[in-house]
Design a protein around this ligand. Structure first.
Ligand SMILES: C[S@@+](CC[C@H](N)C(=O)[O-])C[C@H]1O[C@@H](n2cnc3c(N)ncnc32)[C@H](O)[C@@H]1O
Length: 233
């Protein structure tokens, strides 16, 4: 779904590469771990330490790769459209290969990975089906696709992915709205089976860091899904 029907702020909107090129300098200060890392930490169906090969789609500055490495994941490849985000990721030295490219057409080998991840990027894709199909192609039988996303509830309340320029001006990055059921339909059409799902809300932990979000207390702000290749496990 197009975001425009939910837009109440009408911030100037940049493309993904223009937006993240500008946001990169303050990105890690603004995106807090309560958004995504805490949902990754709650996942119980993935044995991270047994994973020899993973690909982190839309890896950005490498926050997810860093966390995966800490859990014992061995070889992690990353891909992202924005070279400036990858420059930050490279400095973390947690990725085996880092590639500038589109996650819908990675060029990585078929069934190369035991684990595929996508964190906080699905809202930038117009259509989810090519994502789930590419993740399916990349992931080995018996493997998982872990997706963590910005909750559509917030987008539907008019809060698009955005950042603030140095002078305080808010700037949006081109985004689309995907219902959680749209994830299920696209994933199922690609062969995936859902084995775990969770949602993160604006809770006390969140408000301790961002007290001005109090008007969103208890609203769902992010979601996680773990998809599995096999029809039975
Ligand atoms: C909010 S950041 C998330 C980065 C990282 N996964 C994290 O959790 O911090 C979104 C990232 O998605 C990337 N991105 C968006 N659409 C993409 C696409 N089609 N192919 C590759 N990267 C994409 C952007 O360049 C940006 O680095």
């Amino acid at each position: 779904m197009d975001f425009s029907s939910f837009d109440v702020h009408n911030y100037p909107t940049l493309s993904v590469t223009e937006g993240y090129k500008e946001w990169v300098n303050t990105y890690e200060e603004t995106v807090q771990d309560e958004m995504d890392i805490r949902l990754l930490s709650r996942i119980t169906t993935v044995e991270w330490a047994t994973i020899q090969s993973a690909v982190d789609l839309a890896c950005g500055t490498g926050r997810t790769g860093n966390w995966l490495k800490q859990q014992g994941v061995k070889n992690i490849d990353g891909i992202d459209l924005t070279p400036e985000m990858l420059d930050v990721a490279r400095k973390k030295q947690v990725y085996r290969h880092l590639v500038v490219g589109d996650i819908l057409n990675t060029g990585f080998g078929t069934e190369n990975y035991q684990l595929t991840t996508l964190v906080l990027a699905d809202e930038h894709l117009e259509d989810l089906l090519p994502l789930y199909k590419e993740a399916w192609r990349l992931t080995r039988s018996g493997g998982n696709f872990v997706i963590v996303g910005y909750h559509p509830h917030f987008l539907m309340n008019g809060i698009i992915t955005h950042f603030h320029r140095q002078d305080g001006e808010p700037v949006a990055i081109q985004s689309y709205v995907h219902l959680l059921s749209a994830h299920f339909k696209a994933a199922q059409r690609s062969g995936w089976r859902l084995i775990e799902m969770d949602e993160g809300v604006v809770d006390n932990e969140w408000l301790a860091k961002k007290p001005n979000w109090v008007k969103y207390a208890n609203h769902p702000v992010s979601f996680s899904m773990v998809w599995h290749t096999d029809s039975q496990i």
